[in-house]
Ligand binder design. Sequence first.
Ligand code: MG
Length: 258
Amino acid sequence: MGRDMSISTNGQTSERKSLSELAPLEAALFDIDGTLCDSDPIHFHAFRELLLEVGYNNGVPITEDDFVEKISGKHNDDIGKTLFPDWDPDKAAKFLDDKETMFRSLVPQWLKAVSGLHKLCKWVKDRGLKRAAVTNAPRPNAELMISILGLTDFFHVLVVGSECERAKPFPDPYLRALKELNASPEHTVVFEDSVSGIKAGVAAGMPVVGLTTRNPEKLLMDAGASLLIKDYENPKLWAALEEIEKFLKRNEPFAQLN
Ligand SMILES: [Mg+2]
């Protein structure tokens, strides 16, 4: 596999990185919402209910298209400015805090791992790869979801967007993960499900596998995804991992951490 030259929506030619160029693979970075788990329906439910309570959109419930356009994958500061351009920032922050409280109350019952996630995590762990979760979610949400998915011991590092200078779609959270893991972007793969997240991973110099959990394929490809998969059972993903593994076995002993 070589580099795929693609035309972006603004007519510019851009280079899309190929997974096969990653060998020897050193690290795997995962977004959380929509990437490890299908949490958007829970976020959508919480936003829809609380926006109705405050009379947003003249009392008309937001649609899934509204959610994809204005909310999915974005940091709360940006969501607040988009939803409530005329509100006092403190009032918007309080609304978003209430939404996160409602989200966390629903997570234990509703959160489901993306199919094949634990198989991929085992593959990553068995090869001693470095691993981080990199999210725009608030830290309490991130820690709760990781815990419910049984991955608290899996991740070496958790990077939270609001604790960086700039959240996704800026590269800062991914650059911090690389730094904390002491990993090279040349040998690190990113898993993401949103336009904002894919842009952040690409801007940090890494190929991004895009999960089509909720967001439209075209938007994810235009954002620069190297490969789109519905879930971690996808044969193309496993074929790419096997290619990378052949290279590992031929050239490099597995680097075991700890
Ligand atoms: Mg996401």
